[in-house]
Design a protein around this ligand. Structure first.
Ligand code: GLC
Length: 565
């Protein structure tokens, strides 16, 4: 982030609508939360369960849409004040691991202020590293675990400031060379410049025009919506999401990703490097990471959009897309033993509607490794599906988000956890969690990554192990009732993270080595650990980041031996 031509604007504070105290507490409809106590081995929650605003089911929505939405009027109960994800009441009720205090200290050290207000956290606080690159910036995706940690700790203000500031940045006109980007794009990152002489703070934002490889952060807008919902759910404060500014922000993002074009699939077509994996790694096309985030943010937007005339138009489009997207993902991205065997026996060159092998995948293109990797018990959403191309790699973030958003059916969610258990060595090894599996090497690495020296096999994005993913794994474990898996993973992380200085990633087939170019004191490694700990301690926090099963989206799937075991 050093280009002179990056957009520099003296950004106003969040005057007008941002920092005033919000007195109106949520008017959240009453719905029942899912019964966490059933999932937990040690039920100890004593929280009044409320139906939260985000659990309005799609079926209700569809009915509502045809019936003029009267159903919402009846489920909405204005004036109700609900805090159904309480702030960390359990904060002091357990013996924290000795590294928890260190983690909090490190997290606070990473705070970035703008005009005296905390506004985010920098990516890494690593003074030992020779190159800062853009690790001194606030990344939207990196801030999510920090935000969750603050929300869980009863400190929502920083999250609110961040949401409002990024919303302002969304409104900037952004250009790459002479090309103007779409209106709703959220930045990948921003930096606060302090001028000690003039005593001014200025923001510089990067929408991809400064990033290495000029990659556009498709995930940023999705994370923003997901975080807005987490904030709303955690604080019970609906008034932020309901401001015209936030409503507009959501709609701009939705307009970008729901626009019609030449697509034949409901999935979102993306360039390489468009997400956490922000370098060329062969994820172009329809990457699972983005599809899962897309799905989740559609559902969050549905919960947050107001039901006025314009809002209803968006809601209608979102509902339609969700139906198509869930069908497509569950049918074509899902892989288990049975499905693999079916693909292995596919006929090719089929024409017309009756085709079984719809994308004309040539069985010879199935990589050898997947036959050994696939357990009899378990399954996962593969990396990518497009004409004649299935990327069979496992991606951790996409699969965890699929569980949390209920893109995965309950059976698929359990199967994903089964796979993690069955392939522990490969996917977790000595440090949770592999970003993807397996690594690509040799000729394939040359072609796919363009000889990227940072992404050599089992390093960084190419099969490296990322501690930040621990919070997603833990959330998925709690949701599926597989607490033991989370405990095991957290124990592994705890034995190394502090000692190693909170690295960004680890290398090697087992994730045993601190990554070749890994930053130390990487904020999301720190925050990810804290969030995982706090969720295990008080599983009701899960509600911030997890959505309910939507009964109407039950799949019409037939196969999978793993579903029935
Ligand atoms: C690297 C990662 C990206 C992350 C950024 C800041 O570019 O690939 O996912 O957001 O660093 O930590």
């Amino acid at each position: 982030m050093d280009r002179q031509d990056s957009i520099k604007v003296n950004v106003d504070g969040v005057r007008g609508f941002g920092l005033r105290n919000v007195s109106s507490q949520a008017s959240i409809s009453e719905m029942d939360d899912f019964d966490l106590s059933k999932l937990l081995d040690k039920p100890r929650l004593n929280i009044e369960r409320k139906r939260s605003f985000d659990e309005r089911s799609l079926s209700e929505l569809s009915i509502g849409l045809t019936r003029g939405l009267e159903i919402y009027e009846s489920t909405y109960s204005p004036g109700r004040s609900v805090l159904d994800t309480p702030t960390s009441s359990a904060r002091n009720s357990f013996e924290p691991h000795p590294i928890v205090a260190d983690a909090w200290e490190a997290l606070r050290r990473s705070l970035v202020h703008f005009r005296g207000q905390p506004m985010g956290t920098i990516a890494a606080y690593d003074h030992a590293s020779e190159e800062v690159l853009n690790y001194d910036q606030v990344f939207v995706r990196d801030f999510v675990p920090s935000a969750l940690a603050f929300l869980m700790n009863g400190e929502p203000d920083i999250v609110k400031n961040f949401l409002l500031k990024t919303l302002q940045l969304q409104g900037w006109e952004k250009k790459i060379d002479r090309f103007k980007l779409g209106e709703g794009v959220m930045p990948a990152s921003f930096k606060v410049l302090h001028d000690p002489v003039r005593k001014t703070d200025t923001i510089v934002a990067d929408f991809g025009e400064s990033a290495i490889g000029r990659v556009a952060p498709v995930d940023s807008g999705f994370w923003w919506i997901i975080l807005l919902r987490a904030y709303t759910k955690s604080t019970g404060d609906l008034s932020l999401a309901e401001t015209p500014e936030c409503q507009k922000g959501i709609k701009l993002i939705m307009t970008l990703c729901l626009s019609e074009g030449f697509d034949t699939f409901p999935t979102l077509l993306c360039a390489d490097g468009c997400s956490m994996i922000d370098r060329r790694m062969g994820i172009y096309g329809y990457p699972i990471e983005i599809q899962a985030l897309f799905f989740m943010s559609l559902r969050c937007a549905l919960a947050l959009l107001k039901h006025d005339e314009e809002g209803n138009e968006f809601i209608e489009r979102i509902v339609k897309r969700l139906h198509a997207l869930s069908y497509h993902m569950r049918s074509y991205f899902w892989l288990d033993f049975q499905q693999l065997n079916d693909i292995y026996r596919y006929k090719t060159e089929e024409y017309s509607h009756t085709a079984v092998n719809k994308f004309n995948v040539i069985p010879d293109s199935i990589p050898e490794w997947v036959f050994d990797f696939m357990p009899m018990r378990g399954g996962y959403f593969i990396g990518n599906v497009s004409p004649a191309r299935m990327d069979f790699r496992w991606f951790a973030l996409g699969n965890c988000i699929a569980i949390l958003s209920c893109l995965a059916t309950p059976e698929q969610a359990s199967a994903i956890m089964d796979l993690i258990e069955e392939r522990w060595e490969e996917l977790v090894g000595e440090m949770p969690l592999k970003i993807c599996y397996p690594a690509i090497e040799s000729h394939e690495w040359r072609i796919v990554t363009g000889c990227d020296p940072k992404n050599t096999r089992w390093s960084y994005h190419n099969g490296g192990s990322w501690p930040v993913l621990l919070w997603l794994l833990t959330a998925a474990c709690i949701k599926t009732g597989r607490i033991q898996i989370a405990r095991r993973a957290i124990d592994l992380a705890e034995s190394r993270l502090l000692k190693d200085g909170w690295p960004e990633y680890y290398d090697g087939t087992l994730g045993r080595y601190v990554g070749k170019q890994a930053r130390k004191y990487q904020t999301w490694s720190i925050a990810g650990y804290l969030v995982a700990k706090m969720m295990l301690e008080d599983p009701s926090h899960l509600g911030m980041i997890s959505l309910e099963v939507d009964k109407q989206m039950k799949p019409i799937m037939k196969r999978s031996s793993s579903w029935t075991c």
